[in-house]
Ligand binder design. Structure first.
Ligand code: ZN
Length: 131
């Protein structure tokens, strides 16, 4: 699975995002240790605190099928079209489920270049857990 194919999966599911309040269509895709691609979209709620980021939905879906995330892709263009990086809550969940070596890829909604990082670079001092 190439990063380009993962980005395509994250972009594709953006149309399913439930975003009646923010209109911020975020899509994510997780590559699992089993070689599968698991999507996720942002899901908002009238009680705003109940919203869930696309990244966490995708990672939770990976857990649901008994897999471990190895790469997380987020396709969530900001208002200027540039890629958005995962929020702190999603990074914390990613650290627990994928570990500090988890690959993070962010993309815009066009064919622009992807940006990559390793989770440990984005959350270098996050609490480590036994996995
Ligand atoms: Zn988040």
């Amino acid at each position: 699975m190439t990063p380009t194919a993962l980005v395509a999966a994250a972009r594709e599911c953006r149309s399913n995002a439930h975003v009646p309040y923010s209109k911020f269509r975020a899509g994510a895709a997780v590559l699992t240790d089993q070689g599968d691609v698991v999507p996720g979209v942002i899901v908002e709620n009238v009680s705003l605190g109940l919203a869930m980021c696309a990244e966490r939905v995708a990672m939770f879906n990976a857990v649901t099928v008994g897999a471990t995330p190895t790469t997380l892709v987020l396709a969530a263009p900001d208002t200027d079209g540039s890629p958005t990086w995962p929020c702190g809550a999603c990074l914390q969940v990613a650290l627990e489920l994928g570990g500090p070596e988890l690959g993070i890829v962010v993309a815009d909604d066009e064919d622009g270049p992807h940006q990559r990082a390793v989770l440990g670079e984005l959350l270098p001092r996050g609490p480590r857990v036994e996995r």
